[in-house]
Write a new protein. Sequence first.
Length: 217
Amino acid sequence: MQGHSHTDQVIIETRNAQLAGMLTIPKQVVGIVLFAHGSGSSRFSPRNQFVAERLNEGGLATLLFDLLTAQENLIDEQTRALRFDIELLSQRLIGTIDWVGSQHQTQGLPIGLFGASTGSAAALNAAAQRQSSVGAVVSRGGRPDLASELSRVKAPTLLIVGELDGQVIKMNEDAASQLSAEHLINIIPGASHLFEESGTLEAVAAIACDWFQKYLG
């Protein structure tokens, strides 16, 4: 268990957007995990915040941020189109990886990516395009099958899926068959797509923390 963490509200400057984020850094930090949400979620996602807190306790810094600007989010709420624009989400995440590497408080930290839903595809594409920067990837209930660069991913990849999420299990198995990097599918017993059942999100957080500590620490 680590000491207290410090959280800052940050603005991430990418090539074509300013993205709002929450950067939390524990006192004894071994790496940083960037969260790529999807499907209409944001940096305020209670599930991702829960996982981030557990990672902070394990000595991992976290960056929860919005892949869409406020204006884009309003458009997406009406059209639901941007949350499935994997290329856009991937480029935003790549820009954020570069930003993390340029900030004095995070420069040099090993980087992990935690993707949920369509954010998982963005995380895998970003890992493929930033092979020297990304040390590990975790997907929670994700759509890695939507990633276009699976064969180029070098980072060890953990795919977490709920036992009751049959269709998404198949999608993850299809994606895993295209990965040449070290990878593992971990199916959480009794969990549905959103991991709302008692103890299931705790299991996700613990497994993810172990994976990141192993490959970033």
